[in-house]
Each structure stands twice: as structure tokens, then as C-alpha cells.
Design a protein around this ligand. Structure first.
Ligand code: ZN
Length: 150
């Protein structure tokens, strides 16, 4: 677990400083806005769909290191996946960050996303870590309503 903690720190610092897919899309098929008023995280998600695949997904916004790193890793994780696969990862992610603290994350299944299992120790941080995923879900559903964690 201490190895995972160190990896958690490194990955989050790296993705916060140098977020992946941190840009807008010219002509997005879907967009969605997510807000976590408790922490002040705010993000705008853009995505393009092609034959049921998420062909591109990007974000812009501001917030804490965890929310930004989570959005960065989320876009990496779902790009090129089908909508169904992306929703499945969303559910697994949510289960992981709300699981009992003694439940080991499935590293093989979650890959880099497993670093966010560390937020279970800090309940307020769970909202930061899941914000981008809820925003993705809203964009895929095409709800068009801003997502808020409150
Ligand atoms: Zn936050």
C-alpha cells in the first residue's frame, strides 16, 4: 500500500502540473460542465463520438490537484473506448473510491486509475476525484445540465 501511496503522489503531481488532453475541441459532439462547490473545482468537458466510440475527449477548467489529475487520467482512460466501456469504467471507479478502506483496488483492472483509491481516506476528496467522471457521464447521456457534487 505504501508503494501505491508514493505512486499516487507522483502521478497526481505530474497530471496536475502537466494535464493530458487539456484543451477545447473545435466542434464537440457533446459538452458538459461539472462543479464541486465544496472545493471550488470547475471543469468543462468536450467530446467527440464516432460510431459509438469516444474518438476524442478533452477538458478545461480549474480546481485542486486531485480534480485536475483525475480529469487528465479520465480522458486518457476513456479515449478510444466505446460509450458502454467508458460507463463501465465510471462505475468501477466510483465503486473503488467508495469501497471499504481495506478493500484492495484491482490494479490489473483499474491500471493508473487505482491511485485514486487513496482518496477513500479523505471523504471530501472523493468528490474531487469523481467530478470529471460524473461530468463525462452527463456528457455521454447528453443531459446538457451542469453537474454539481452538491
Ligand atoms: Zn477539489
Amino acid at each position: 500500500m505504501s508503494d501505491l501511496r508514493e505512486l499516487y503522489q507522483q502521478l497526481i503531481l505530474d497530471h496536475n502540473k502537466n494535464p493530458r488532453n487539456f484543451r477545447t475541441l473545435e466542434q464537440p459532439d457533446r459538452t458538459s460542465v461539472g462543479m464541486n462547490p465544496l472545493c471550488g473545482d470547475h471543469l468543462h468537458l468536450y467530446l467527440n463520438l464516432e460510431d459509438g466510440l469516444i474518438s476524442d475527449v478533452t477538458f478545461q477548467g480549474s480546481g485542486c490537484a486531485i480534480s485536475k489529475a483525475s480529469a487528465s487520467l479520465m480522458t486518457d482512460a476513456v479515449k478510444g473506448k466505446t460509450v458502454e466501456e467508458a460507463e463501465a469504467i465510471f462505475h468501477k471507479f466510483q465503486n473503488m473510491v467508495t469501497a471499504d478502506i481495506h478493500t484492495e483496488p484491482d490494479l490489473a483492472e483499474m491500471g493508473k486509475l487505482a491511485v485514486f483509491s487513496g482518496v477513500r481516506e479523505y471523504p471530501a476528496r472523493v468528490k474531487c476525484a469523481t467530478l470529471s467522471w460524473h461530468t463525462l457521464h452527463a456528457a455521454l447521456e447528453g443531459e446538457g445540465q451542469p453537474v454539481t457534487t452538491e
